[in-house]
Each structure stands twice: as C-alpha cells, then as structure tokens.
Write a protein that binds this ligand. Structure first.
Ligand code: G
Ligand code: G
Ligand code: MN
Ligand code: NA
Length: 253
C-alpha cells in the first residue's frame, strides 16, 4: 500500500523517467529503433528498476496511469527526434505494456489518441507484450486487433521463455518476436539450434525478429549468420538517457 501511494505520487510528480536502448541493424550496426525502458527516481531509495515496482503497479491497477505516462513520454520524445533528425530519427519505437493495460476498455483508443496528438504514424510504434501476458489475454485479443488495425505493431517479448509459444503465435495477432536473451547469449554454446529454429519460424510466419541481450561481437556474428537482421544488447549500447541516445543520430541541417 505504501509503495502504491508513493507510485501514484511518482506518476503525478514526474519522478519516472525513460531510458532508450538502441535496436540496431546487425549487418551495419545502424540504429533502426529504440526500446523505451522506465525507471523511477525515488526521492529516498534512489533509482529503481522496473522489476521493483511494475509488479506492484500491476496488482494495484496503477499500471494503467503508469503505462499512459510511459506512452505519452515516449511519443513526445519520438516526435522531438523526428522534428530534429528527420529521416535519421529512429524508425521504430518499442514500448512495453502489461496484460492489465489490454483489459482496460479504452486502452487502444487512448494509444491512438496519444499518437494523433503527437502526429506520429502508428506504424512507427511497436507495443511489446510478454508471452505470459498474452496467455491471460482472453477478450483482450480484441484490443490487440484494434491496435493492429490502426497500424500499430505488436511484438511478443522474451520469446521462447513462456508457455505454448507456438499455439500463441496462432491465437494472438502479432507482427514480431523478440528472442529472449537466454537464447541469444548461449548462441555459441549449444542453444544455436533454438535460435536458428526461432528465426526460421519467424520467417515462415512472416514475422520480424529482434535478438535481445547481445553482449559480444561473437554473438552478433552468429545471429547474423543465422539470419537475424536486428538486435539489441550491451554489445551495441545500454539503455541510454535520451540525450545520449541522440548522439547516435545525425541532426538534419
Ligand atoms: O529495463 P530493464 O531491463 O531493467 O527492464 C526489466 C523489465 O521491466 C523488462 O521485462 C521490461 O520489459 C520491463 N519494463 C521496462 N520498462 C517497462 C515499462 O515501461 N512498462 C512495463 N510494463 N514494463 C517495463
Ligand atoms: O523483458 P525485456 O526484454 O523488456 O527486458 C529488457 C531488459 O533487458 C532491460 O532491463 C535491459 O536493461 C536489459 N538488457 C538490455 N540489453 C541487455 C544485455 O545485453 N544483457 C543483459 N543482461 N540485459 C540487457
Ligand atoms: Mn521489452
Ligand atoms: Na518485457
């Protein structure tokens, strides 16, 4: 309850902030996108990672205003980058959402309203959901359809770690998958067949794939050889404050 009250205040007082991790093209390292990752500058406890407050936000329902804050901030940032960097702005912006968001009746409309407000083409935005989230979907699949019809893309996050992955790809309207870092990172010690199977599956289903958690040049080369086109991870860049992220972009003059 304490954390809940504090979090409510945090959302109102702008104690939350976003970091942006580059999503890069594996063949030339070019930045093609960004994943927004939330942090909480707690007045007493210092900077908190999402794992320490997202679960509480989900339990208390505060995830709904929190996600709204994240989406609005991320869209504002993307609009600013597009204004300043034109074609060199990130082509895609990924934002994580929760199962709880998709059960909120007005969620899809809220997202499309925010996009319109910031004059962002829906095609530029990907909402990441976890497989466990997708499993709880039920009626919220309708919301996923509504979002996709508007042009927004949906990606399954942490792909390969949840349950009934294959049937989910059938039941759940998605555009892409993000290969979980447990597979990426062991790409050179025995789990190559899994990473290979996932990219073949993605290609067969017409889905794009991003390999997460790439930490070494060796992993990057292996993934490229397997057919992966896009990746993110500490090897390329950590989650960065927006001004640091922008250093990888070329201003338009
Ligand atoms: O940034 P970090 O790797 O510490 O994120 C840890 C977890 O928190 C990841 O699973 C990530 O998807 C999740 N997460 C990060 N930012 C957000 C957010 O804005 N909303 C939600 N719902 N989850 C987030
Ligand atoms: O579940 P999700 O994919 O949204 O989680 C993203 C999380 O992964 C963030 O907390 C981010 O800080 C973390 N992350 C990003 N790149 C790497 C990496 O190369 N290695 C590790 N261990 N974590 C990473
Ligand atoms: Mn994610
Ligand atoms: Na996630």
């Amino acid at each position: 309850a304490q954390l809940g009250a504090e979090l409510r205040e945090a959302i109102h007082d702008d104690q939350l902030f976003l970091l942006y991790q580059p999503i890069v093209s594996l063949d030339d390292g070019r930045v093609i996108g960004a994943e927004a990752l939330v942090r909480w500058a707690h007045p007493v406890r210092g900077t908190l990672a999402p794992d320490s407050f997202i679960p509480a936000a989900e339990r208390t329902g505060l995830i709904v205003p929190l996600s709204r804050w994240v989406l609005a901030s991320a869209f504002r940032q993307l609009a600013e980058w597009i204004e300043r960097y034109g074609d060199d702005a990130p082509e895609v912006l990924n934002v994580n959402i929760s199962a709880r968001d998709l059960r909120e009746p007005g969620f899809a409309t809220m997202v499309t309203d925010l996009l319109a407000q910031h004059r962002i083409a829906p095609e530029k935005v990907t909402l990441e959901i976890t497989e466990t989230v997708a499993l709880e979907l039920g009626d919220s699949v309708a919301h996923l359809h509504q979002l996709r019809e508007s042009g927004i893309r949906i990606a399954l996050d942490d792909f390969g770690t949840g349950h009934s992955t294959l049937s989910l790809l059938h039941d759940c309207p998605v555009d892409g998958i993000k290969l979980d870092r447990s597979f990426t990172q062991s790409a050179i010690d025995g789990r190559v067949p899994v990473s290979a199977a996932v990219i073949h599956l993605a290609q067969a289903l017409g889905l794009y794939a991003v390999a997460e958690g790439v930490e070494t040049a060796e992993q990057a080369e292996q993934l490229l050889a397997l057919g992966y086109i896009a990746a993110q991870g500490y090897h390329f860049a950590r989650p960065l404050p927006p001004e640091r992220f922008a250093e990888s972009l070329r201003p338009r003059d």
